[in-house]
Design a binder for this molecule. Structure first.
Ligand code: PMP
Length: 320
């Protein structure tokens, strides 16, 4: 099938090994970057990263990177919290991303992964005085969860990390053990996703996504102080809802059982995009199908991401 497509279109994407990456200031092939077994971040989780999507628009033969600058700004904040030396501006990291995308010549949806981490090969559980590295790799990536039919969720018995234990607002590699425990537990129990509560028992977010409810025509989402990662998608959706659909969002703490009685609910994030939640803990959300506001926002989000909304082209970086 891949060969057939290639013969028709002349499109032959690089293998992961041959793909171009950016590492410590240079463009290199993925296969030429090597890290030692003693690398600090591998042992202590002392890294921070981003996940950025680029959408291929077949009609325009163009690739659009979505809200790239917002992601690099968050990476700088995460690096600051971790005392990681990140010697690149948002513009420099964005330029490096565009360059690797061009070199790879992709014509399909892509996921970009920038990573700043403590790279000294040194023992020592601390942040200060440990040297760091920065890299960006990218690879083809489809849907992470089923955005069309929706997902079934359970409230996890794993609680979200607390800011005074590990900073949820920073996208820290080590903190993803919290996400992985919740996600695996949900999957092993037959659900698609986990919803995690914070230490106070309020709804925080999904395992790697923010959450919204719809109640009486208004969007509800937990505030930044409920140990969420402040999602780029979350902010974008609040803007689209307010400015384009005339729907307000209230940021306030949400109780567990509000999930059960919401009219609609969805997860959002770069990976999950906009994913309707059909049930929580075996209770149908609304009528158990994707709700009308969720569907409208999802459609708008994909239109914006794919470069089909003129007024939102400023959110996109064209690659070619
Ligand atoms: N929360 C967590 C824990 C995440 O990993 C993500 C994905 N980055 C999000 C929320 C959503 O963030 P964004 O919209 O910036 O991708």
């Amino acid at each position: 099938m891949a060969l057939e497509t290639e013969a028709k279109t002349g499109y032959s994407p690089p293998t992961q090994a041959e793909s171009w990456v950016f590492f410590n200031g240079e463009f290199q092939r993925y296969k030429d970057v090597h890290l030692g077994l003693m690398t600090h971040a591998l042992h202590y989780g002392t890294g921070c990263f981003e996940g950025i999507r680029a959408y291929w628009n077949e009609a325009q033969e163009q690739m659009f990177c979505l809200l790239m600058e917002d992601h690099f700004k968050r990476l700088q904040l995460s690096a600051k919290i971790l005392q990681i030396d990140l010697p690149y501006s948002v513009a420099q990291m964005s330029e490096a991303t565009v360059e690797i995308m061009r070199r790879n010549g992709w014509r399909e949806d892509i996921y970009v992964r920038p990573l700043a981490f403590k790279s000294d090969e040194k023992i020592g559980v601390k942040l200060k005085g440990i040297g760091s590295s920065f890299g960006i790799y990218a690879s083809p990536f489809g849907n992470y969860v089923d955005v069309d039919s929706g997902i079934h969720c359970k409230v996890s018995s794993w609680r979200r990390v607390d800011d005074n234990a590990a900073p949820a607002r920073a996208k820290v590699t080590g903190i993803y053990i919290n996400s992985a425990l919740a996600k695996s537990d949900a999957e092993e129990d037959g659900y698609d996703e986990a919803i995690v509560l914070n230490q106070d028992g309020h709804v925080s977010e999904g395992s790697a996504a923010n959450i919204f409810l719809v109640k009486d025509g208004v969007l509800l989402t937990p505030p930044a102080s409920d140990n969420i990662l402040e999602g780029v998608t979350r902010r974008a959706l609040m803007t689209l809802a307010r400015e384009d659909l005339g729907i307000a969002t209230v940021e306030r703490s949400i109780d567990r059982t509000e999930l059960y009685v919401a009219d609609e609910a969805f997860l959002c994030g770069t990976g999950v995009q906009v994913s309707p939640i059909l049930s929580v803990d075996h209770r149908q959300v609304g009528d158990g199908t994707a709700g009308p506001i969720t569907k409208e926002l999802q459609q708008l989000y994909f239109d914006v991401a794919k470069g089909r909304v003129e007024e939102r082209l400023g959110w996109l970086t064209p690659i070619y």
